[in-house]
Design a protein around this ligand. Structure first.
Ligand SMILES: [Zn+2]
Length: 364
């Protein structure tokens, strides 16, 4: 997805994690592509860059950009590590669970959105011969490695507009900005600016080399983040963080536990989906069940962000049942040990939160 879609997810995350600094979330939404730019440009003379991209010339549309190797910036495991780094920064620098969760989710969200529209070019492991994830949505049977942007660019563009709309709606409902039109104007402008790369031939004159496109991506990213940040500041001055305790200690602690559980569930979901891709060739039934568990965990993680404590019971029963059953009948798969550790952590977090909730009589 292009910069505007990735950056807009900060609006959504800001609603869920109000204490997280907006600029920090903005950075986390695009750090993956920032690393991509640096690694595509960094090279010693005579050597290829660390990550390699190629554009077909004449450049007709986004499908003519081929990400040959993006082992470090866009691997799933690399992004999980990056998410942990951002969570650590949130905890250590901002001393805020909100900042930690928002930073980590912003990084993972970037990978998830890319996965929806990319070709089969996202490595699972940060390793040159890693299995490649995707494409999640491909519509060309003659080129099954091509993703949504390459096969149906209009749909790819529509999808990222939908992402922006969802984020905008969540933000406006939560913050009720007085100068809403500034935010609308900024988002309309940024979405229109993102359109030409999806239109056949619209950028043929502008994009004449791979490094030109990489630099263009960097410019787009920086300008779009400035426009979006400026618009949010103007529309809702209160959306800028007010750090420090905003509620009583117990409520914060419960919210922290709930957020931790949601994060664990989301990571479990993503790693199950990764296992499905990894083990698909050797163990199809494990792959199918892994995909089903992956979706169930992602949904469970999603509901944990909501106000209903009932979701905690799902977060308890899902790992307790799914883990042992799948390993008993289907085998552990490559990520079996990782899943076991995450499942134990999720179930424990859910039980502890339910206990705390019952004794505190608080709704979180
Ligand atoms: Zn990306």
């Amino acid at each position: 997805m292009t910069a505007v879609a990735h950056l807009s997810t900060c609006l959504f995350l800001k609603v869920k994690f109000k204490e997280a600094p907006l600029l920090f979330i903005l950075l986390a939404t695009e750090v993956t592509d920032l690393i991509w730019v640096v690694l595509n440009l960094a090279r010693t003379p005579g050597e290829p860059p660390i990550e390699i991209s190629r554009v077909d010339l004449p450049f007709k549309f986004i499908g003519d950009l081929h990400l040959i190797s993006q082992v470090w910036s866009h691997s799933l495991v690399g992004n999980l590590v990056l998410a942990l780094v951002f969570a650590a920064i949130g905890l250590i620098v901002f001393k805020s669970l909100h900042a930690a969760a928002a930073g980590a989710l912003a990084v993972l969200g970037h990978w998830g959105l890319d996965y929806l529209v990319h070709d089969a070019d996202l490595p699972v492991l940060p390793y040159a011969k890693s299995v490649l994830a995707g494409p999640a949505l491909g519509f060309n049977p003659e080129a099954p490695w091509q993703g949504l942007n390459a096969t149906l660019p209009w749909l790819g563009y529509a999808l990222q507009v939908i992402v922006v709309l969802i984020c905008y709606r969540a933000f406006v409902q939560a913050y009720r900005p007085t100068a809403r039109w500034v935010l609308i104007g900024a988002l309309v402008f940024l979405n229109l600016a993102a359109l030409p790369i999806f239109l056949q031939g619209a950028m043929s004159e502008i994009v004449t080399s791979t490094s030109g496109l990489v630099l263009g991506t960097l410019t787009d990213m920086l300008l779009a983040s400035l426009v979006l940040y400026g618009a949010v500041r103007f529309a809702v001055p209160g959306a800028i963080p007010r750090l420090g305790p905003t509620s009583e200690a117990l409520r914060t602690r419960l919210r922290g536990l709930q957020t931790g559980g949601a994060l664990l569930a989301l990571i479990l979901g993503i790693s199950h989906l990764a296992q499905g891709m990894w083990d698909g060739a050797t163990n199809p039934s494990l792959a199918h069940w892994s995909t089903a568990f992956g979706i169930a965990y992602v949904l469970s993680g999603w509901t944990l962000f909501g106000p209903s404590p009932m979701a905690l019971w799902t977060a308890f029963f899902l790992p307790i049942l799914s883990g042992p059953l799948s390993r008993l009948f289907l085998g552990a798969g490559h990520l079996g040990l990782v899943h076991l550790a995450l499942e134990i952590a999720l179930a424990t977090t859910a039980v502890y939160t339910i206990y705390k909730l019952k004794t505190s009589k608080l709704r979180i």
